[in-house]
Design a protein around this ligand. Structure first.
Ligand code: ADP
Length: 644
């Protein structure tokens, strides 16, 4: 049974209501009645009537306001306004609101039925129109969504692949599909010949595409290159695009990279007269941008690749070993020198833990101390066959670290020869020196010496003492370097410092130096050899006094920093030129600006450095010529030294 149309009568109880109800039921309609606004609301919540008839007032509210409210919620619902009397002003207002018809007494059944039929018909037409419009808009929206989908997919392809050929072919394919064109191409400018060549094409014969070349001059594509503006046309008859081929319609858009036009993206129709729209041109502009980005990406990638391969050639050919590690000490790269140094063969070690690949005690100890952040004991990797490599470790943020290994075997051998030589010579010198000193002291006992003879004897003694000091220094250095100093006591650097300062009292006073000592209250003990630590303090303080002119200032400080003791000796003396600074810890090296006549052998700092290193410490210098010098020594405190 077909569904009956439902008419909702929103009117209070009156004879007219009864009349209307009966007439409508007789006319084949279903009828619902709402005698007040609340019931009207309730009925509208439960069902949507096909038509509403509303009276001028309902339950004290204005029917026209209630009708306006219903229309807002159901814009296509036909509403007939039922006025109490023929009131043109009210009728005008009702029709203005969008109500479909109006009735007023006296009522005739025919009028009622006609009004209802008219309103329903108009509502039907309106509904049909809305549905048609919705269908049309939906189709167009669906097309836009498809286009967007294609553009998004293309965008992803551009960022995820570096294969320029495939990206550009996808761009041209998308251009042809989205514009519904017969063919499409991407032309790039060859700046050397000033010609355009086809970099990608769709629906072109392969041979034609490969050999296609178009002079920029006097062509439409060339015009796009020159002006940077797109060109689009639709013609009824085929048009020869200057010196190329015949087309009905066409879109050419420029490809821009860094403010330069580098090519043209084009689509055309040669067989059909199907026109292109402005929207097509817009899509082409977006696609051209994609293509330009893809080309830029490829160029950047190429440039990076070139740099990378240059770097690879360099790393592979340098003599030093280079090991690049990630943060977990797994191998990222090793160069052929490393393979030679550790005899690794040709295997691929990428990603393997370096300590599984390289087995060398020194190397393992070094990597472990770096991991535990303990001070490096030495920067050397030694091999049983006598080879020695200097090891540099550099952390690289975000990546891990790089280790370089430099072969210093020959330097080590020279150093050993030099040490042996010095050791032998110093021993051989000591006995004759002792004899000289002994006999010189005896001279005045064998007979009286005149004044001049006494002066000569003093000269001989002073010189012999200098040589003895030098020989002693050399022997000390030999012993320290050879690692003979195994004595380890708890030592107070503060006491040693006090002792040295007392001893230097005379010289400090003679030179009228402003001598200051700063000490942290609770300084930890050091674990070490007291004689050597005293030698270290002596040498640094003597130098500060020696190289600072009269009236200058010397500041000595001892402080604790975590588990380390920092010993600093600063002066306002002659300073050390930057070129000399890297060498002053070498044996016999004296800086170029050391004042003439200053006594010294160039061994003091070499001894200091050996002592510091034997105590697992570090030393460095900061200095400015004419302003002064500061030596900083960092030594582990006793508990730390005992633990390591
Ligand atoms: P030297 O016996 O010559 O003092 P060192 O080994 O103690 O030998 O020092 C090496 C060189 O470093 C010195 O010759 C001097 O040129 C420079 N030097 C050391 N300490 C100082 C300082 N406090 N101020 C300026 N120069 C210094």
């Amino acid at each position: 049974m077909p569904q009956m149309d439902l008419i909702l009568l929103a009117m209070e109880e009156t004879p007219t209501l009864g009349l209307l109800e009966r007439a409508l039921r007789a006319g084949g309609y279903a009828v619902a009645v709402a005698k007040d606004p609340a019931t009207l609301e309730k009925v509208l919540l439960e069902t949507i009537p096909n038509l509403l008839v509303i009276t001028e007032t309902l339950g004290g509210k204005k029917g026209i306001d209630l009708a306006a409210n219903v229309l807002e919620r159901f814009p296509t619902m036909p509403i007939i306004f039922f006025a109490n009397a023929d009131n043109p002003a009210l009728v005008k207002q009702a029709l203005k609101l969008g109500l479909s018809d109006y009735l007023h007494p006296p009522l005739k059944i025919d009028d009622i039925v006609h009004a209802i039929q008219r309103s329903q018909k108009r509502a039907q037409q309106l509904g049909d129109w809305v549905r048609r419009e919705i269908r049309r808009t939906t189709a167009s929206l669906e097309q836009r969504v498809d286009e967007m989908g294609t553009l998004v997919k293309l965008g992803r392809a551009i960022t995820s692949t570096l294969d320029l050929d495939s990206v550009l072919t996808s761009v041209v394919t998308a251009a042809v599909e989205l514009t519904n064109a017969e063919e499409g191409h991407l032309l790039l400018l060859d700046e050397e010949t000033n010609e355009l060549y086809m970099r990608a094409g769709r629906n072109f014969e392969e041979n034609f595409a490969r050999t296609f070349r178009l002079p920029v001059k006097d062509t439409l594509a060339g015009q796009v290159i020159h002006t940077g503006q797109p060109i689009a046309f639709n013609h009824d008859s085929p048009n020869k695009i200057k010196t190329a081929y015949l087309v009905y319609s066409l879109i050419y858009v420029p490809l821009r990279s860094h403010d330069r036009v580098i090519g043209v993206l084009g689509v055309d129709n040669r067989q059909s007269k199907r026109p292109f729209s402005q929207h097509h041109e817009l899509l082409m502009t977006v696609l051209a941008e994609y293509a330009a980005i893809a080309i830029e990406n490829a160029q950047l990638y190429q440039a990076t690749e070139n740099e990378r391969s240059k770097l690879a050639v360099t790393i592979n050919n340098i003599q030093d070993g280079v090991i690049l590690l990630d943060k977990e000490n797994r191998i990222i790269l090793i160069n052929p020198a490393v393979r030679r140094i550790f005899g690794l063969g040709l295997g691929d070690f990428t990603g393997k833990p370096v300590l599984e690949v390289i087995s060398n005690n020194d190397f393992t100890t070094l990597l472990n101390s770096i991991r535990q952040q303990s001070p490096l004991k030495a920067n050397e990797v030694t091999f049983e066959d006598g080879r020695v490599f200097n090891y540099q470790y550099t952390p690289i943020p975000e990546i891990g670290s790089v280790i370089t290994l430099e072969d210093i075997s020959h330097l080590k051998m020279l150093d050993r020869l030099k040490s042996d030589f010095i050791h032998t010579i110093s021993h051989d010198l000591r006995s004759p020196l002792t004899a000289i000193m002994g006999y010189v002291e005896l001279l005045d006992r064998v007979g009286p010496l005149n004044d001049q003879q006494k002066q000569f004897v003093r000269h001989v003694q002073a010189s012999a003492q200098n040589i003895t000091a030098l020989v002693n220094d050399l022997l000390d250095l030999g012993r320290i370097e050879a690692g003979f100093d195994t004595r380890k006591d708890d030592v107070s650097l503060e006491q040693i410092l006090q002792f040295t300062v007392d001893n230097l009292g005379r010289q400090i006073a003679d030179k009228k130096l402003d001598f200051q000592v700063h000490l942290d209250p609770q300084l930890p003990m050091l674990r070490g050899n007291p004689i050597r630590l005293r030698q270290m303090v002596d040498n640094l303080l003597v130098n500060a006094v020696k190289y600072t002119p009269e009236g200058g200032k010397v500041t000595v400080s001892l402080r604790r920093e975590d588990s380390q003791v920092i010993f600093e000796v600063a002066d306002t003396g002659v300073g050390i030129p930057p070129a000399d600074q890297p060498h002053i810890f070498e044996k016999f090296y004296r800086a170029s600006n050391a004042p003439k006549g200053t006594p010294g052998t160039g061994l003091g700092l070499a001894i200091v450095r050996s002592i510091v290193e034997n105590h697992q410490g570090r030393i460095w210098v900061e200095s400015k010529v004419g302003q002064g010098t500061k030596f900083v020594v960092v030594l582990p405190a006793a508990e730390q030294a005992a633990a390591s």
